[in-house]
Ligand binder design. Sequence first.
Ligand code: FAD
Length: 106
Amino acid sequence: PLDSELLGRNTWAFLHTMAAYYPEQPSAEQQSNMTQFISLFSQFYPCHKCASHLREDLKTNIPDVRSNTKLSQWFCELHNSVNVRLGKVEFDCSKVLERWRDGWED
Ligand code: FAD
């Protein structure tokens, strides 16, 4: 059976790392591709309940694809909205690049 906690932990690691290493000054094409990636991701994420929440969220919460910093903040806030829904503590988004790019001990 699908372990949605393990999948979630690993997927967040991927998404936050992808955002941290996204360009500082992405081209118009890169911005459009990232927006599409997130939309396509929300169609195929294998935790279907999670994916359905995400698609609902994306209707009003447009990904900020203007830079790595902005995209990292956007994913951090998205993750926090899931944290709140699950009764987990919110993460301090000022520390998101420290956590996912520059490194700290977890
Ligand atoms: P996780 O929430 O997986 O976090 C992993 C690590 O990320 C943490 O240890 C922390 O260091 C860091 N972190 C925490 N918050 C943030 C943040 N805001 N920004 C940056 N880094 C952070 N589960 C459900 O039950 N229902 C859902 O609807 C649901 N929706 C999901 C949607 C998506 C897109 C994804 C990727 C996962 C979803 N999950 C959902 C799974 C859930 O978010 C967790 O991944 C899972 O519960 C395991 O939680 P965890 O406590 O191990 O830490």
